[in-house]
Design a protein around this ligand. Structure first.
Ligand code: SF4
Length: 739
């Protein structure tokens, strides 16, 4: 007989509640949980397909070892752990601690067990070569928050339930359901803004799915965000729309920033962002006039050329206009699981405390830029990476110049991957350790609930029983840390206690750490028996979650600097502003065709392309090209064309789209599965091309070393084209800046 289990979807940031019908270990159906306190009956195609993912026959069930012929053979857990521990230990014995690198992928953000072990793993391995998906899209956000507010996890989110004016840059929440703005069913939430008479303005080089439902779409040049945002702030200053008395009470450093803004006039910004000066001035006025307003920028801004400064500029606009911490503005969440004290206590937070060996790029929140991986593997010398551990990541597809990284992986002494699939990255591993299905474990959203548009908490039980012989990902990590001589916490005495306590039945479990965090959090019972506050036991009784209310206005719970002020004058930003100001007159707007990425509703970064129901319909890995550009280049809809730059040239299928700004083309990210059919049949049958074959690992943003994945100069020409229509757009076309 089928059983009903309610559980939060762990595939993306939206935290949708799902209702599973289960028979034994078979998932019979997946539907939205109508009673979930946050998502209230919303589900997207990925969530509906989570059962297929669970039953995917290509998912690995047992550890695998790569053979000399490049195939994989199953091995026992004991053999796998013994080999991995010995090879990692041996590498560090011979070449030092930094000779082992770690890469952590995006799914770990939804895995509280693995997250809890992160500190223990990093302390055990003790390498500086730790990196993750962060430097593809979030390090600028963390660094901006670290300097402005005193914590990388103090991230203001749009109070979309109460705002009247939403300025949305480089984000497509209609498809993503929010990022650093956890909000299931964004479409309904945006409709509500408009129904109460509010306005949504989307600024993006493409008329995205979100832009189509907004009141206004402003087509900006890729990388132009920083000029646009600084010009908006400057417009407010020039028009005397800044309450300087309030501002000086709240901030430190306004006198250092204010003079630097003067150069960013609407006219100057227009040259660099492609938005007419009068539009910039009008939008600044609208933003200041609205009863409540918030500016929000995300991935498209975070992986463009001035990403960290542009993220700072987004917040500067909110701060200067009095929208930070105000109801309906950009508000710091109050999560039930507040990770900020733990991040501080473990000294994980920070920026530029050390730098990479080859290119001298800074760490952010303990991560070095992933764009440095290949060079750190290739360049001989003390600290060269010789062994690699990946966890739930596919950096060959998700980091710039993936082909170079793939070649470097082949030359490593040893590589181990914790991953359920053989993919473009893990195919290079000597050993793969596959975790059990996440649906066989309990679930808590800890990280993304830090950024939710309401305070909510929900614990989810396992949906299916775990198969015999399978280990969850946190159990794999725990065993690895023990075998490497460490433990789960990163504190030596505690790790020693747990490591040796195993013989006496003492077991470390991640839910105990979460209970501690919850009980001491803003809604916790603080271990007082009479308190009605939260603890894990109470949370488990609420099968549809607990709504803890709307965002709480104010600054005090978000600003962590000792002086309780917002710091506008951190040296990295003042210096970057100064450089940008000087380069204003020299820097020329882009005169080449610029490539940008694209997120899809039925795709989850580089995975979920092996799920049949998500892969139906027409080819999605197509290059969107403005019809005017296509006509000039002699390319027709549906044809293949050659996309080229200094790194790569390959055929891409072209789809004409007037949603694209003139001079900008777009490919979705996470594709490029050629050669994978042996291990992932469905993905291998729909290979597409990887956008990161054209992105350059040597071109990074200046403050955090963020990969620049948007605004990549490319050329496009017809295949078999004549000399006449094979125009090199990098030198033959000047873009119109007035749209
Ligand atoms: S939006 Fe995200 S959390 Fe919601 S169902 Fe889809 S994949 Fe799951």
């Amino acid at each position: 007989m089928a059983q009903t289990v309610f559980r939060t979807c762990s595939l993306c940031e939206a935290m949708c509640g799902l209702r599973f019908e289960v028979e034994g270990d078979q998932i019979v159906s997946v539907r939205p949980d109508e009673d979930d306190v946050f998502s209230r009956g919303y589900i997207c195609p990925k969530g509906a397909a989570i059962g297929e993912l669970h039953h995917d026959p290509d998912r690995l069930r047992t550890p695998m070892r790569r053979t000399a012929a490049g195939t994989f053979e199953p091995i026992s857990w004991e053999t796998a752990f013994a080999v991995v521990a010995e090879r990692l230990r041996e590498t560090q014995r011979r070449y030092g601690r930094n000779s082992v690198a770690i890469y952590i992928g995006n799914p770990v953000a939804h895995n509280y067990g693995a997250l809890t072990l992160r500190a223990g793993l990093f302390a055990t391995v003790g390498t500086r070569n730790c990196t993750s998906a962060n430097s593809q899209d979030t390090s600028p956000r963390f660094a901006a928050s670290y300097y402005l507010y005193g914590s990388s996890f103090s991230i203001p989110v749009p109070d979309i339930e109460r705002t009247d004016y939403l300025l949305c840059l480089g984000a497509n929440p209609r498809v993503s359901n929010g990022s650093f703005m956890t909000a299931p069913n964004v479409r309904e939430r945006f409709r509500a803004i408009r129904q109460r008479g509010g306005k949504i303005v989307v600024v993006d080089p493409r008329r995205t799915e979100t832009a189509r439902e907004a009141d206004e779409h402003v087509a900006i040049l890729p990388g132009g965000d920083v000029y646009f945002l600084l010009a908006l702030v400057n417009c407010l200053v020039v028009a005397n729309r800044v309450d300087e008395v309030r501002l000086r009470r709240q901030v430190r450093g306004w006198d250092a920033v204010r003079p630097l803004l003067a150069a960013f006039t609407a006219e100057e910004a227009a040259r660099h962002c492609g938005i007419p000066a009068e539009t910039i001035r009008r939008l600044a006025g609208e933003f200041a006039d609205a009863r409540t307003a918030t500016a929000y920028s995300r991935v498209g801004v975070c992986n463009s050329v001035h990403s960290t400064l542009a993220t700072y500029a987004t917040d500067l606009l909110n701060i200067v206009s009095g929208r930070l911490g105000a109801e309906g503005g950009a508000v710091f969440p109050t999560p039930a699981f507040d990770v900020t004290p733990i991040v501080r206590l473990t000294r994980a937070d920070g920026h530029a405390r050390f730098r990479t060996r080859v290119r001298n790029l800074p760490e952010t929140l303990g991560d070095v830029p992933a764009a440095t991986l290949a060079e750190e593997m290739e360049t001989p010398g003390d600290g060269q990476i010789r062994a690699f551990l990946t966890f739930a990541g596919n950096p060959v597809l998700s980091t710039p110049n993936g082909r170079r990284l793939a070649a470097a992986l082949e030359r490593l002494d040893f590589m181990v991957s914790i991953d359920p699939y053989i993919n473009e990255t893990t195919r290079h591993a000597h050993i793969i350790l596959p975790p059990a299905s996440s649906l066989a474990d309990d679930h808590l959203e800890v990280i993304v609930s830090q950024f939710a548009v309401r305070s909510v908490a929900r614990w989810s039980p396992p949906v299916v029983p775990r198969r015999s012989g399978e280990l969850s990902d946190w159990e794999i990590l725990l065993e690895l840390t023990y075998r490497l001589g460490g433990g789960p916490t990163g504190f030596r005495p505690l790790d020693w206690f747990y490591r040796h306590g195993r013989r006496f039945g003492i077991r470390w479990r991640p839910d105990r750490s979460m209970n501690f965090l919850l009980r001491l959090g803003p809604f916790g019972d603080r271990y007082r028996p009479w308190s009605k506050g939260l603890n894990l036991k109470r949370l488990k009784q609420a099968e549809h979650g607990i709504d803890l209310g709307p965002l709480k206005p104010g600054l005090e719970h978000g600003v962590r600097h000792k002086d309780r002020k917002l710091h506008l004058d951190a040296p990295p930003f003042i210096e970057a502003l100064g450089r940008l100001r000087i380069s204003l007159t020299e820097a020329k707007p882009a005169d080449s065709l610029l490539l940008i990425g694209r997120r899809e509703l039925r795709s989850n970064n580089s995975w979920m392309h092996n799920v049949a129901s998500l892969m139906t319909g027409k080819d999605r890995c197509v290059l969107l090209v403005n019809p005017e550009d296509a006509q000039r280049l002699g390319i027709r809809d549906g044809e293949t064309a050659s996309l080229e730059n200094h790194l790569h040239a390959a055929s891409v299928r072209v789809e004409l789209s007037d949603a694209m700004r003139l001079g900008v083309v777009s490919l979705p990210h996470g594709w490029g599965h050629a050669g994978l059919a042996e291990w992932q049949k469905i993905a291998g049958a729909h290979p597409g091309v990887s956008i990161n074959d054209w992105t350059d690992d040597q071109r990074v943003e200046e403050i955090v070393g963020q990969s620049i994945l948007n605004g990549v100069p490319v050329r496009l020409r017809p295949e078999n084209g004549t000399a006449e229509n094979s125009m090199d757009t990098s030198c033959g076309q000047k873009l119109s800046l007035e749209t």
